[in-house]
Write a new protein. Sequence first.
Lengths: 409, 479
Amino acid sequence: MLSRAQVDAFVRVHGSVLRVAYLADENGRIIPFLDRLLRLVRRLKGRSLDTVAEALRRQERRVRDASRLAGISRALLEWCEFASPPGAEQLPVARQHAFAVRGGAWPPVPGDSLLPYVESAQSLGMDAAELQRTLYDDRPGARVLLSVPDVTGRALLARYNLELARGVLRDAVRVELLARGGWRDVFRAVKAAGLMHELVRSGKRYRLLLTGPAAAFLVRPTRYGVRFARVLPVLARAPGWRVRAELVRDGETCQFVLSGRARAIEGTAPVGGEPKRERFDSAWERQFARDFRASSWATQLGWHLSRERSPLSLGGAVFLPDFTLRHTDGREAAVELVGFWTPEYLTSKVAKVRAAGDAPLVLVVAKALAVGHAADVLAELGTDRIVWCRARPRLGDVMRVVERVARKV
Amino acid sequence: MYLVWVCPASRPSITFRSGLAVLHGVAPADAPSWMQYDVRLNAMVAAGARYPELRAWAVTQGIEALADSAHSFDAPLLDLRAPREAQQEGVRRWMAAGQRGTVVLPTGAGKTLVALLAIRETGLNACVIVPTRALVSQWFTQLADAFGAEHVGAFYGDEKEVRSLTVTTYHSAFALLERHGAQFPLIICDEVHHLADTADGDARARIDALRIAPAPHRLGLTATYPDGQDATLVHALGPVVYRRFIGEMTDAELARFALERRYVELTPAERARYDTATDRFESYAMQSGWRTASDEVDVAWKRFVASARRTPAARRALQAFRERERVVRMAEAKHDEAARILRMFPNEQSVLFCGGTDVAMEVSRRLAIPLISASTPASERHAILAAMRDGTLRAVASVKVLDEGWDVPNAKLGIVLGDSTRGGARQHTQRLGRLLRKQGDQVASLFEVVAAGTWEFFASQKRGAGVRKVAEGQLGFGL
């Protein structure tokens, strides 16, 4: 994450609105420069973090604004993968041994500076001078560059701008998210960040309002700002997204709004990450989507299959159904495929379905597995919203139940 | 399908969660009036610090507490020091006040032992909150010595180990107590004057950790209680329960000390680098006139640094300035002089105070002595300081961390190879203070190694001026 100094240099507050001076490739010279930085870092593979950081800093002579370069360098270095050099894990023990030897041969006299290292160096298979030189190579700055992301200067530009936006969220007290898809990862990130949320339906979509759990009771409600910033890169992988944040800076409240899309428009400042395509979780899901797209009749009847995983708010809990089927007349129904389960999974799912009440939700269940205890548990739900199937879901069976339970939301 | 949170329990229950005291399954009208409805949890909530009140209310209503178990700590106290009368009385008064409140004792009167006694008397898991990382290290060491290292953890920076007794900083306390608050029925706050009403900015927010912590038992420690500015403090920890003044304590004597400054020459190559960098920096300063502006020195300096972000010429001047500092910091002759001083006192334990991590690492490599910096994990610091105390190690290099808040009574030789404050008298006095714990008739010696003919000469004069005041009545030769 960028430092406050690297962010604040590009932030202006006009009235109650905060604006960020994102970096744009207006004259066509920025992206070639970023490509050049990427090439420079790729050439330094295997070198230490300190060396790579210094090489990037030296590019200051090519730029006018050192804060921009410092921010871009940081964004790039955090994107790269570094690892401890081989044998670094043995250095603390080697150090301890060498220091103890010196403690027994005190004080140091001219010519004996390598003496404490001889024994430890032998056990590590190196000479004493080398051990002395690499004694602290387990420090963070000595980690070596393993890999550099295979991206272009344009992607680095979008990443840097996203990091600027993350830095702004450091002062956020409340954040509202809108996204097209990608909800599963967003909820996971929200939970990992220790934030709480409210889900509000807004037309066909949902808005997610994020707040810090105990923010209402704190002297510094912006304490959760860094956690909001952790969610942003995940959100930025969605096909389309929007953030509206309420910030407190120097005791004043202001608003910050940011929209992102996967493809940057030429000449504007792109803000975002690499879009992530949602994969199917199971062969059933893949098959069902394929069957739907192959059939013309379902579409002719006015139905569309959505993989956006719109969250479904059910009695204080949240479902992320496998599919949402939407009709042109405004009706919709969520479809959940239950192909395989453990008893705990099934019990949890049944509890959720029960909590759903009369929400338009269709469960597609493998009949072969509905025996014994599982059959009893499923029987509790009644049969009107369950579609039984043998080898794989049959589109016609599913659509019949969808027609029955779907309603306008 | 992805489950985001589990549905709230339908039957009434209470729990501590994410810094909140939560009451489930009770209608707002039936809940205590100081709670509020939280739509996110579909439950009544209050700040975590009110959890003990909620628990007391729940008992009267026959409501169960979810995952609420006693966190007792029954390891024996291994510290064999006999508590002084003031320490015993302080703990007794604190216990009598319902195990809440602040004990005020002067510096050197043994506040840590008060905390150790409080842990033993209550028999509870404790979270110790301190202002700095250096103090984390000191408390870690003392708790480990008193109860055994296997019971003690440190939670700050990259080191996050939660154990029955966990030491953390005011900065990291919020994250620790938000997640693990229920494990610590006892909170001990060191140097609580940092929580005075006058605290500003980020310092003011330190109280947040205590607002969300569910611990019913709280002990504050300080030598300088902020009388008249303690409303926040009293609310969070309780009132002062015991106080002794410095005039009432007679056993805090200091060792006598000697100071000496030694000048070393830069090598010809270092001198050439120094002169080139100085010329480049000075010529920019002359041309731009930033130094002759009417502003205060620090304001002018800040403007210069800000201009270096945008102006290539200013940036080059700033780089030259940093290069000049580096040449002085890393001067070759300083290492030789340090080794010479160590040979002059072969029987003394010593501390080498360095001006930066780079030079401390170099000293550590050349002399094969351990290094303690801000990034040294608390457990490793504990091992190094323990080895210093038992005499296995004879010297340690340090960067800032050992300037204050540590305790190796045997170390009576200090060598200053540089400072991080360009002649700050306070840092220098604190460094001297580390050597002054009285050990029989031993005299402490503090050597300053200064690169002659460089800016460091003036910095050392500034340091010396501050220390001369302290040196009154002491040996103080050499300055």
